[in-house]
Ligand binder design. Structure first.
Ligand code: NAP
Ligand code: ZN
Length: 358
């Protein structure tokens, strides 16, 4: 798509040009800072598995070149004349959302993420017709509605993944009333999303069981993340022994799998929330559903009010992500490791390290 005339700001970033999955430096243009916009010097950007899905065109919707990144933290360098909630120098975050209609019932309830005109931080089409580019870049112009404050006590690097991974697990936990001490929570897939779900669970006093395909993650899950139990999901006996033991499950798995054996872990009336987004449909056999009157639900990120609330709670409970900080010239290596499930538990790009390492 042609760049629109008001897009005059030259920005350095990193983009994938095709589904080969390679990221290379990419210079592009962003819009001028409008009256409702803030300009952000991007300092850190988490690498969500969704970035990998887009880079590889797993979902068949990628518009190349794609500049990924929707776990963004940085500092405000400019504010528009209508902006009162932010000032230059503020530490802020931007997640997956770039625009929504602001007028429908969902926007009015700050569930902007469910607006049918929602546009995402990258691979979206903004109102002026331009394609949105994400946080694998040195600077971002964002509408004030889609920016949040980062509490003072939270470091910007390990906070960045909360902008997607954090809110994605927090929102359904809150919505389904899971944040109740003593309840039993299962977290399927111990990756970026999963490890934050474990942290939220522990912060709210739940009994947390990790259900994982990686036995090598057990010790760290227990000792470091504080998980109370760990089930190796390929071990039929471990799965059987845990049947009907959980009140809630959050499934964060990025690849096709069956929900059948996982549903068996739920008590009668138990709820499973699917947040992982494999490119192929997951298997949903009917018997484990009907024999336990169980519920399967889905959830996509969270609204802006809730994102701010989640960050405040993280500030209060000192919840941040376990990250591996990388330089921009290591993005490709990090993507390869993310694809083979070799990260504890989120890569975060130190955007400014780029300058000196190029
Ligand atoms: P991630 O860090 O790669 O973690 C995914 C985890 O899934 C892995 O650590 C692994 O955990 C497990 N896994 C991977 N391949 C598997 C397989 N073949 N079978 C079973 N388990 C497997 O990814 P993430 O960033 O947390 O994202 C997870 C998924 O959520 C992605 O599909 C992403 O697009 C999606 N997502 C959705 C939303 C939303 O709004 N709903 C938001 C963000 C991301 P173990 O080693 O413990 O098995
Ligand atoms: Zn994400």
């Amino acid at each position: 798509m042609e760049t629109t005339p008001s897009h005059t700001q030259v920005v350095e970033g990193w983009a994938a040009r095709d589904s080969s999955g390679k990221i290379t430096p990419y210079v592009f243009k962003r819009r001028e800072n409008g009256v409702d916009d803030v300009t952000i010097k991007v300092l850190f950007c988490g690498m969500c598995h969704t970035d990998l899905h887009y880079i590889k065109d797993d979902w068949g919707i990628t518009m190349y070149p794609v500049v990924p990144g929707h776990e963004i933290t940085g500092v405000i360098t400019k504010v528009g004349s209508n902006v009162s909630n932010f000032k230059v120098g503020d530490r802020v975050g931007v997640g997956c959302l770039a625009a929504s209609c602001l007028d429908c019932e969902y926007c009015k309830d700050s569930e902007e993420n469910y607006c049918d005109q929602v546009q995402f931080t990258y691979n979206g089409i903004f109102w002026d017709g331009s394609i949105t580019y994400g946080g694998y870049s040195e600077m971002l112009v964002a509408n004030q509605r889609f920016v949040v404050h980062v509490p003072d006590n939270l470091p910007l690097d390990s906070t960045a993944p909360l902008l997607c991974a954090g809110i994605t697990v927090f929102s359904p936990m809150k919505h389904h009333g899971m944040l109740v001490a003593g309840k039993k929570l299962g977290v399927v897939g111990l990756g970026g999303l999963g490890h934050v779900a474990v942290k939220f669970g522990k912060a709210f006093g739940l009994h947390v069981t990790v259900i994982s395909t990686s036995p090598t993650k057990e010790q760290e899950a227990r000792d470091h993340l504080g998980a109370d139990n760990f089930i190796f999901s390929k071990d039929g006996k471990q799965m059987k022994d845990a049947s009907r033991s959980l009140d809630y499950i959050i499934d964060t798995v990025s690849a096709k799998h069956s929900l059948g054996p996982i549903l068996e872990l739920l008590k009668v009336n138990g709820k499973l929330v699917l947040v992982g987004a494999p490119d192929k449909p997951v298997d949903l056999p009917s018997f484990p559903l009907i024999f336990g009157k169980r519920v399967v639900s889905g959830s996509m990120i969270g609204g802006m009010k809730e994102t701010q609330e989640m960050l405040e709670l993280c500030g209060k409970h000192n919840i941040t992500c376990d990250i591996e900080l990388i330089k921009p010239n290591c993005i490709n290596e990090a993507l390869e490791r993310l694809a083979r499930n070799d990260v504890r538990y989120r890569f975060v790009i130190d955007i400014n390290a780029i300058k000196c390492s190029l």
